[in-house]
Structures are given as C-alpha cells and as structure tokens.
Design a protein around this ligand. Structure first.
Ligand code: ZN
Ligand code: ZN
Length: 227
C-alpha cells in the first residue's frame, strides 16, 4: 500500500494545497527550511532587541526604572522578549499577554528534545547555542507529532521581534522565478540566507536556501544559453 503524506504545517502551500511531506517526515523541505530560518534568525534578533530596550521614536509600553533618579523609560515588550519569561506580562486588557520570550521558548524546546532523546540538557547555553542545538535536531523533530507547535512557537519569535523592533526590515525582491511555483514572488529579508516565496502576493510560501536559489537561476540561464 502506498501512502502519501501531506505536509502538516498549517501555512504550507499558501492558498493552494499543502506540499508532499519529505520522506519519513511530517513536513516538506520548504517548511523545514522555514524552521531552520526562524531558528537561525533568533540570536541576531535577540542581540538587536537588546540594543533597543530604550524607546526610540516608535511607541511601546514603558516602565519606570529608577526610584530616586529621574525615571528611565524602557520598553516592557522588548524586555519581555529578551529575558526569561517566567511571568507573562499583561497589558490593560487581561487577555492581552506580552510577546514570547526568546530564551525561554528556546530553552523549553531544547529541554523537551533532550528529554525525548536522552541527551544532557545544556544548562549554561545562551540563545545562540540553544538555537544551534535546535537547528541540529530539526530533521528529527520533523517526524514528531508536536512539530507544528514547535514551528509555530519558533516562527512567532521572528514575527514578534520584527513587529516590535524599532528598525525597518529591509526586504529585497528577487527577479528569478520560484523553484516551487514558478512565480516571480521571491523575497529575501536583509541579513538572512533564505529566499521566501511571498504568499501575500500569491506565491506558494516556499522557502529556499540562497545557494539553492542561485543554482536554480544558473540552471535557467544555462538552459537559455543552449536554446
Ligand atoms: Zn510544508
Ligand atoms: Zn513559490
């Protein structure tokens, strides 16, 4: 009996059908690329947020930091993301919780994977080491039923950080067609080694490494040179 497994990632395929899952895994290659991308982005986002604890021109929640001296405003939402988040920060509305903590999210998933795999939990690891540890276990995690939760929590870190950050995220549009759907909808976020097919303009939401994209483009150019 042949069994076809569709990728279980909720965003897979954009508005179209989900892609075929990779052999023996619950998700497809572009979706596991997305998870690697989001893990890889975590250390830089964590560092960058750390330099923007003080509010600039953009809004945000502020907390008074000094008692005797003049109050020092700091962005609570940014602090929430860069520190361990034992207690979720709540805004005026009781249902509104603060953004997720980058270190706590990475630690929780590292702990879970160590438990499952019988590994020693890296207790002193920082954000960069935790992200690298998790990236090494993406393929294994991609066959577990909790892979969707893992992807969503890690993806939420990148989204929340980009949403909070008082910087402009530079997105470059690429001219080459998508290796997945052939549309010219590919974008690259500055500083990242991944190319994404933009689902907001009808793309398939696929994600490819820069090297893969470059190979794809040179194959097309080679084909054009021959014909
Ligand atoms: Zn997928
Ligand atoms: Zn595409």
């Amino acid at each position: 009996m042949t069994q076809t497994t569709l990728c279980v990632a909720p965003t897979c395929g954009g508005d179209g059908d989900p892609r075929q899952a990779a052999d023996g895994l619950l998700i497809c290659l572009p979706c596991s690329n997305r998870l690697r991308r989001d893990l890889g982005a975590a250390p830089a986002l964590h560092r960058w947020l750390g330099e923007h604890v003080m509010p600039g021109t953009s809004g945000g929640d502020r907390v008074s930091g000094g008692r005797v001296e003049a109050p020092v405003p700091a962005r609570l939402d940014v602090l929430c993301m860069i520190n361990d988040g034992a207690v979720a920060y709540r805004g005026d509305d009781d249902d509104q919780v603060g953004p997720p903590s980058i270190p706590s999210t990475l630690k929780n998933w590292t702990w879970l994977i160590c438990e499952h795999r019988g590994l020693v939990y890296p207790a002193t690891a920082g954000v960069a080491e935790l992200a690298a540890f998790l990236a090494r276990h993406v393929e294994w995690a991609a066959s577990r039923e909790w892979i969707v939760d893992f992807m969503e929590e890690i993806g939420a870190l990148r989204r929340a950080a980009h949403g909070l950050a008082p910087w402009t995220v530079h997105v470059q549009e690429l001219v080459g067609p998508c290796p997945g759907c052939d549309l010219r909808a590919l974008i690259r976020t500055a500083g990242e080694e991944w190319i994404e097919c933009d689902a907001t303009v009808g793309g398939c939401g696929g994600l490819w490494s820069l090297a893969y994209y470059n190979d794809h483009v040179s194959e097309i150019l080679k084909g054009k040179a021959i014909s």
